[in-house]
Design a protein around this ligand. Structure first.
Ligand code: HEC
Length: 145
């Protein structure tokens, strides 16, 4: 397992758009950005444990993964309306391929739920974060500018 790659991935996922949502007027766009912000916050909880910024806590990790799972399930709902905003980074193809978009959300929800059950040692946290990050990336690379 390559530490550097994982931390780079988590860095990209969590900090590439620092508060892009500030100044967004559209209610739907704001809502989906806030949901994504929560995704990043929960991913960070795991990232911080891995970096040793916080101590490993299986229960906290489990909760973060459970929240990631339910946030992923909610993702298609907050993207249902094809809303736009100058600050949005959502690609219009989302609404042409909404089934595919939904599937990527459900995949991440399922992955997170499975991982939530299996987290008991810090050793499994690293591959877990990798799986989560690839779930985020699978969608971002396709549907986010
Ligand atoms: C099914 C698709 C999908 C998945 C899965 C997904 N995202 Fe996103 N994400 C998007 C889209 C689309 C945007 C752009 C939304 C916009 O700007 O209107 C976005 C935006 C973001 C933003 C920027 C929010 C802002 O304030 O502008 C962050 C941070 C983010 N995602 C984190 C994550 C993390 C972390 C994960 C994985 C745990 C994840 N996303 C999984 C589709 C997804």
């Amino acid at each position: 397992m390559n530490f550097f790659k994982i931390f780079t991935a988590i860095f990209i996922v969590t900090s590439s758009v620092v508060f892009a949502h500030s100044g967004v007027k559209d209610k739907n766009v704001k809502e989906r950005m806030m949901l994504m912000k929560k995704m990043a916050d929960n991913t960070k909880i795991i990232g911080h444990m891995l970096k040793g910024k916080t101590s490993f806590d299986a229960n906290e990790a489990k909760l973060a993964l459970e929240r990631l799972s339910s946030l992923s399930l909610k993702t298609p709902k907050v993207f249902e309306v094809n809303a736009t905003d100058p600050k949005s980074e959502a690609k219009p193809t989302i609404w042409d391929e909404f089934n595919e978009f939904t599937k990527l959300s459900e995949d991440l929800a399922a992955t997170s739920a499975v991982l939530a059950v299996s987290i008991d040692t810090i050793e499994v946290l690293r591959p877990a974060l990798k799986q989560i990050s690839s779930g985020c990336k699978a969608c971002h690379s396709r549907y986010r500018e």
